[in-house]
Write a protein that binds this ligand. Sequence first.
Ligand code: HEC
Length: 99
Amino acid sequence: MRARMKSLLLGATILACSAASHALADEQEIVLKDAPGRDIVEANCSACHSLDFIQMNSPFQDERGWQAYVNKMVTIMGAPIEEEDQKAIIAYLAANYGR
Ligand code: HEC
C-alpha cells in the first residue's frame, strides 16, 4: 500500500516537471541511433557536453576521425573511458555517424 502511494506521488511529480520543462527538454533530448554500443556512448560521452556534438560532427567524420576525437576526449579533456569502451564507442560512431 505504501509503495503504491509512493509511485503515484512520483508519477505526479514527473508529470508536473515534464510539463514545466517541456520546451526545453524537446530541444535538448538527443536520441542516438539504436545500435550496439549506444549505451556505452551515451554513458561516456554525455558527461561533459550534449550528445549533439556527435550529430553535428557526423557529416565530417570517418572511423579515423572518430578515433582521433575519442582519443582527444580521453587524453586532453580527461574523459575516464576504459580502453575497451573506447573501441566500442569508435566502432559505434564509425558505423552510425560516419560520413
Ligand atoms: C571529460 C569531459 C568530456 C567527455 C567525457 C567527452 N568530451 Fe567531448 N568535449 C569536451 C570538451 C571540453 C569539448 C569542447 C572543447 C573543444 O572545443 O575542443 C568537447 C568537444 C567535443 C566534440 C566537438 C569537436 C571539438 O573537438 O571541438 C566532439 C565531436 C566530442 N567532444 C565528442 C565526444 C565523444 C564522442 C565523447 C565520448 C567518447 C566525448 N566527447 C566525451 C569534453 C569531454
